[in-house]
Design a binder for this molecule. Structure first.
Ligand code: C5P
Length: 300
């Protein structure tokens, strides 16, 4: 248990990939109904929170374009202050490693990390349901990051069913390739034709396979946003070809992209492909799945 007298609190915010993503259809509220299996991976941002005498939230980020009120970490801290009518100020130092607008959930994870860190550090009277509500008000992916690990997410993404510890052994290593563009999730969903909608079978089938310890079939590791992203963004199609050309046997888009992931059972294979993509100028991360725990929060 952290001591409450600490002056600062460090927390790690992990990225995610989507193992599957079924878009079922457009809802009356403008969001899309989803079934998606998400998994946290060991690529992370580091946040350091400290209190200040100013009655406001301030963000200092290694990427200056994030020093704005749009920053989800800042919005999370503001939401907590408003919900509990707190006047204590907060400074958030944010060391970004997860690429922005990449389909890896970086902003959402930062927001969830702030909620969890403040709750634990300040021992706030927020119930799990309060935290979930705050998270969902910040973004569709934020509730997933309150627990992380492997989970089936439904609704607009905020209904989370954990499935910890069932990641397939054939996907021990994950190579992530981030083409040098950002993709707007809103723009991808806005232009998604109904012909790309599915009924959720891919996600449900993979969920059931993993629950019973079976390897999921590749045809079900499906992302309903991939076709349109490959069509609209030639940089992503090129990166996919580069991965396949370098020896990856399977490549999938994460979320709305542009990041692609390729799973490998053996490290030497992953490293071989990583080197080739690196030589071609791509931003590449070699990663693995991770199951975050509350121990990620460190009060000093
Ligand atoms: O919830 P979040 O703010 O992260 O979503 C970003 C945008 O992506 C939304 O404004 C919406 O346009 C789109 N979206 C959607 N359906 C979802 C999640 C996101 O249409 N389930």
């Amino acid at each position: 248990m952290p001591h409450t007298s600490g002056k600062m609190c460090f927390v790690q915010a992990y990225a995610k990939i989507n193992l599957t993503l079924d878009v079922l259809g457009r809802r009356p509220d403008g969001y899309h109904e989803l079934r998606t299996l998400m998994q946290t991976i060991d690529l992370y941002d580091t946040l350091c929170l400290s209190t200040s005498d100013e009655n406001c939230v301030r963000v200092i980020c290694s990427q200056p374009e994030l020093n704005t009120a749009n920053n989800l970490a800042m919005q999370a801290a503001e939401a907590v202050r408003q919900r509990l009518a707190l006047s204590r100020g907060i400074v958030i130092e944010l060391h970004k490693r997860i690429p922005l607008a990449a389909g890896l959930g970086g902003g959402s994870s930062d927001a969830a990390a702030v909620l969890l860190a403040l709750q634990q550090w300040w021992q706030l009277p927020l119930s799990p349901a309060d935290l979930l509500m705050l998270a969902a008000s910040l973004g569709s992916d934020v509730p997933f990051f309150l627990t992380g690990g492997l989970a089936l997410c439904a609704g607009r993404g905020e209904q989370v069913t954990a499935l910890a510890g069932h990641w397939p052994a054939s996907m021990r290593w994950l190579l992530l390739v981030k083409p040098a563009i950002g993709v707007s999730t809103a723009a991808v969903f806005r232009t998604l034709p109904a012909s790309d909608y599915t009924d959720g079978t891919h996600s449900r089938t993979v969920y059931e396979a993993l629950l019973t310890g079976k390897e999921p079939e590749q045809k079900n590791l499906y992302n309903g946003l991939e076709r349109i992203v490959l069509e609209r963004y030639p940089e992503v199609a090129q990166a996919r070809e580069a991965l396949l050309g370098a020896g990856a046997s399977f490549v999938r888009l994460s979320g709305s992209g542009p990041t692609l992931f390729a799973p490998f059972a053996e490290l030497d294979q992953a490293i071989g492909v990583q080197q080739q993509l690196h030589e071609q100028g791509y931003e590449v991360f070699l990663s693995r799945v991770i199951y975050p725990a509350r121990g990620n929060i460190c009060v000093l």
